[in-house]
Design a binder for this molecule. Structure first.
Ligand code: GTP
Ligand code: MG
Ligand code: NA
Length: 457
């Protein structure tokens, strides 16, 4: 058993919650960075990842007299957007992680995307810790920079303590309404049954040591099986991005195994599988966010768990949210190509066999799946004839146009979180194909419903 514990990989932790609860700021506080201030509108619109080496975690938690050694090499944290439009990115993050931090603003309590995140985590039985953030906003709070939370609480006035207790109780009640037991972590006697709350401030750092230590210790204690390193490569494409000087690159999360420069890889593409070889393996500096431009470290090989930027030829049509496969010696490329496209196939199988229906276009495979699921649901029931990933082009309009003769109302493109090219829009106008665009799933349905009603009247 001891030997097994020696071979743990870094846990992957996803940070989730309602918009502006302080997810990115919490990570900035731990990293010593200013990512949040650089975001357009102060809003996260991409999924990101940061690697925290064990030394840094030990440094930040030493006041809590943490053991001198951690069993895991570090922690890989995935930042997700809280804005309601980005359900697909929250879903992608929660699908990947071993453990999560659910951030709640102590001044606001539970909010719509807190509950959405909670449900995403529950669906996969993912353990999580609640960070009850912005404690420094309690009226009269005395800052105790980077102090463990109980130490910081001892410095506060009776009024602050009362206010704190009142708000904590309220949040616990709100969680109870969602069918969940929660308790302040230092009072929690039944971790696993009752979810722990860690009060934090991303501005002055109170509670950060507690959050980090609890996260790592809890993962080490309860997830040995899940965190035991295995050689077989398990890797997911997080994002597909064009980077100056590198062309189209993919950001991946390597959950298990080792990737090498030159490895032959197979990735799911929008039209067909992409077979290519890794030109370079880049990682951000430790404690730096992969989605922020910076100097990358080049590697001959990288061992899991890590977030890596891969440059290679032919990645233009790679689909985010799908698996990356490595062709080992003696392994069959054709087999891997089939496997790579399986995610795509399961989506294709949901297309209406009658050949009548709308055309659906989404930004990623994950969001396309979400949309198809939604369109199939009993109170929606919109048949789908064709699908696509990425921007809407002229060819997509042509395909949707095939319905003009048979069922005019289905000569429609539902575009979810994607751009429509000017040529496509012009062609659609000329042909009489309707395009509905939205970055929130149910808005597409609302628009389509109004349109159908108009046609029938
Ligand atoms: P999205 O990614 O857009 O969902 O937001 P987020 O959850 O990452 O929140 P973000 O880090 O962007 O913080 C939102 C705002 O709250 C910013 O103005 C932060 O400065 C502020 N903020 C975050 N954490 C704290 C905190 O602990 N205390 C105080 N006073 N302000 C905070
Ligand atoms: Mg953010
Ligand atoms: Na924000």
């Amino acid at each position: 058993n001891e030997e097994r514990e020696e071979n743990l990989r870094s846990p992957i932790c996803c940070i989730m919650g309602h918009v502006d609860t302080g997810k990115t700021k919490l990570l900035d506080c731990i990293r010593g960075t200013h990512v949040q201030e650089g975001e357009a509108g102060g809003i996260t619109q991409q999924i990101g990842a940061t690697y925290f080496p064990a030394e840094n975690i030990l440094e930040r938690t030493k006041e809590l007299k943490a053991d001198a050694k951690l069993k895991v090499p570090g922690l890989l944290v995935i930042d997700t957007p809280g804005h309601e439009s980005f359900t697909n990115l929250r879903s992608r993050g929660s699908n990947l992680c071993d453990i999560a931090i659910l951030v709640v603003d102590i001044m606001h309590g539970l909010e719509p995307q807190t509950i959405e995140s909670l449900n995403l985590l529950r669906r996969r039985n993912t353990e999580f810790i609640v960070a009850l953030n912005k404690v420094d906003r309690l009226f009269g709070w005395k800052k105790c920079k980077n102090a463990p939370i109980r130490k910081a609480m001892k410095q506060q006035s009776v009024d602050v303590v009362n206010e704190f207790n009142r708000r904590v109780t309220e949040v616990i009640t709100q969680f109870k309404e969602q069918g969940l037991n929660t308790e302040l972590y230092y009072k929690n006697r039944e971790m696993g049954e009752t979810f722990s709350i860690v009060p934090t401030s991303a501005i002055s750092g109170e509670g950060i040591p507690d959050l980090l230590l609890l996260l790592v210790k809890w993962a080490e204690k309860s997830m040995v099986e899940k965190l035991t390193y295995v050689d077989k490569v398990q890797c997911t494409v997080l994002e597909v991005k064009v980077i100056e000087g590198h062309g189209t690159t993919i950001d991946v999360v390597l959950v298990n195994g080792v990737l090498h420069e030159g490895d032959q890889i197979v990735v799911c593409g929008t039209q067909e599988p992409i077979v290519t070889s890794i030109r370079s393996l880049l990682t951000p500096q430790p404690l730096k966010e992969i989605r922020v431009k910076g100097t990358y470290m080049h590697h001959k090989e990288v061992k899991a768990a890590q977030c890596i930027k891969i440059t290679a030829q032919g990645l233009e049509h790679a689909v985010a949210g799908t698996a990356l496969h490595v062709i080992g010696p003696g392994e069959d490329v054709e087999e891997a190509k089939k496997t790579a496209m399986e995610d795509m196939k399961s989506v294709m199988s949901r297309i209406d066999k009658s050949g009548e229906g709308v055309y659906v276009q989404a930004s990623t495979l994950g969001s396309l799946e979400a949309l198809l699921e939604f369109l199939k649901s009993p109170d929606v029931q919109i048949p789908v004839r064709g699908i696509g990933i990425g921007p809407v082009h002229k060819k997509d309009i042509m395909k949707a146009g095939a319905m003009l003769e048979k069922r005019k109302e289905y000569a429609t493109v539902l575009a979810f979180d994607v751009k429509v090219t000017t040529e496509a829009r012009e062609l659609a106008d000329k042909m009489g194909v309707k395009i509905f665009c939205a970055d929130i799933i149910y808005h597409l349905f609302d628009q389509f419903k109004v349109y159908i009603k108009g046609i029938k009247e």
